[in-house]
Design a protein around this ligand. Sequence first.
Ligand code: TYM
Length: 326
Amino acid sequence: MTTVFSGIQPSGDFHLGNYVGALRNWAAAQHEHSAYFCVVDLHALTLEIDPEELRRRTLESAVMLLAVGLDPDVVTLFVQSHVAEHTRLAWLLECTATMGELSRMTQYKEKAARGEMVRAGLFTYPALMAADILLYQADEVPVGDDQRQHLELTRDVAIRFNNRYGPTFTVPKAAVPRHGARVMDLQHPEHKMSKSVDSPMGTVGILDDPAEVERKVMRAVTDAETRVAYDPEHKPGVSNLLELLAVATGVGVQEAAARYAGYGQLKADVAQAVIAMLAPVRQRALELASDLGEVERLLSAGAARAREVAAPTYAAAAAAMGLSAP
Ligand code: TYM
């Protein structure tokens, strides 16, 4: 059985991009693979976040992961900071990765450009992400398109480590979906939909009520033409809507494009398809929110299971590098 690992930051409300780029694929993968999914609260510390908000969002994020359909009896679901090996291995990998490699990461460059005070953790973030993945000997990492570069770095670091210190880590690969890997902001279709960018009309929350979803999709920015065609470069707004329709209904983007003579009907159909896709998730999230104690119990059991795998991997890596046993 292959192993999958993936993580999500509890840094804001989960949106449609998180759902179609990652979360629904996690749910689809859980029965065929040995699966580990993680709320990466340590990564959320790399940008400013209020402590109380971080605590609340970490638990809410776990609720969302259950709501998208992860079965806690089947997957190992846990919070990153509950398993100390993540930070411990991150240090070993920071001593494996180079400044040059880390400086080339686009996500670092973009986020660093936004803030005045750039935290050291934002720079070393990809080493922690590599540690997350390598601790579980993951073969596949289901992520959206924006994480490809981090996965390439993880592979490079794993290969370098194995060559220098002996075979220790499985070299993982990214599993990026064919459609929906990069959902764009509905108001600024040249930018991806993002938790850390304030664009309320451009971002569809997984928990938005149907009327809100409809309003946002109907007002989505398209272009001055009226021709429906799939052309992400020249028609990013329309192409984004076609991708969403493809993901939500299973129809191909070209086939979907051929069905429409204008933008109005396309938007109306996208809105309904997205509402139908999100409805069961919203329903489950409302039910689960009433029993947060049970969610905390599941997370604690998940962390215990994760530690059983993470601890021997960390110990092997530490020994391979020459650290003495405690
Ligand atoms: P994060 O929290 O930003 O996003 C979680 C997942 O959602 C995907 N995603 C998108 N997919 C399609 N369209 C979008 N607009 C969109 N926005 C986000 C992301 O690609 C991601 O799969 N560094 C990671 C978290 C992380 C991680 C890991 C992931 C930490 N350790 C180990 C995998 C394995 C991040 O910030 O994702």
